[in-house]
Design a protein around this ligand. Sequence first.
Ligand SMILES: Cc1cc2nc3c(=O)[nH]c(=O)nc-3n(C[C@H](O)[C@H](O)[C@H](O)COP(=O)(O)O)c2cc1C
Length: 370
Amino acid sequence: MSKLFEAHAFGDQTFKNRMVLPPMTRCRTDQPGNVPNDMMADFYAQRASAGLLIAEATQVSEDAQGYSWAPGIHSSEQIQGWQKVTRKVQEAGGRIFLQVWHTGRISHAVFQNGQAPMAPSAMDTDENLSVWVAHNELDGDRSGGGGIQACTPPRAMTLDDIKRTQDAFVQSAVNAREAGFDGIELHGANGYLIDQFLRKSSNKRDDQYGGSPENRIRFLTEILERMAGVFPPERICVRFAPHNMARGMDDPDTPETVLLALKRMADLNIGYVHFAEADWDAEPNVPEEFRALARAIFPNQIIVAGNYTPERAEQVLDQGYADLVAFGRPFIANPDLPYRLQHQLPLAPIRDAFLFGGSEEGYTDYSVAE
Ligand SMILES: Cc1cc2nc3c(=O)[nH]c(=O)nc-3n(C[C@H](O)[C@H](O)[C@H](O)COP(=O)(O)O)c2cc1C
């Protein structure tokens, strides 16, 4: 039998198979307050046959927001909302982690009480950064429409801002535990705040959080050291996208910086690293040498994501470069994806128009195979 569908144990957890639902922002919380709801509980519970689910990127604090209707985990209403999700997933036999993020400079003044968002450094990028802002954020229209807005140029974080933001990440783990999550994933990929600290292209600081690679990984590793007192370290994951240079993140040394962070994660016995590889429809671009180095440095679980087919998944598992493989868009359109792949049934196509914002349509109305 193919490895993908075999049960797999790590630490004190056993997974039904090696398939992961990766975090996917869908902008469907209740308003006001970015509160997870029953519709979201249904979406995740429908996909509980994945070995591991990782819930969508979730704000650690109010100022962590960059997209309308993305969920938070900093208010008691949000914690209660997430409890609905974890309960329903666990009743369906699933395991679920929460991805937590701060979007840093990928934000807009409407989410920041009219102020500039925070980032490691106040700087322009060569690329125009943008975020999805709902009409109701701008003019009180509750009809649900929205549009892409240019990001508001950021201000540089003070040492107090850094400490306060790290505190918010640690508190998000306390809240995620209270909400019933089995583990937590830090969003260190795709150009958001942790990634902004990692890279020379977005981090021009001259204090202990900028300059050398050791300094640029410090924002992350200090959070991990403290988070490991909340969740056992083997239930903590960090997501990186070392080969993704979009969003003004073009620092060719990023893979090396990420490998340094991996060494520190191994020392802390962090359970998982999750690599976001090809973004959208980009060609897979991870050199074999990087995979081999990551495997040699990191003794725990490696998750990979990015345009994986069952064949590519099997190959990366056989090579020993990954322990778990995530399937994103196929899982949106096929809630019973493990069953369909295992029985070689046809896959339903995704309806792209419903990815961000809206109702049950294009969210919880995908059917399972007969
Ligand atoms: C609608 C959508 C939302 C996404 N949101 C997130 C997110 O919140 N956090 C994250 O790390 N990646 C996010 N991603 C990236 C996915 O986790 C995944 O890496 C990507 O879709 C590639 O996998 P696939 O080719 O199997 O879809 C998102 C992708 C999609 C399609």
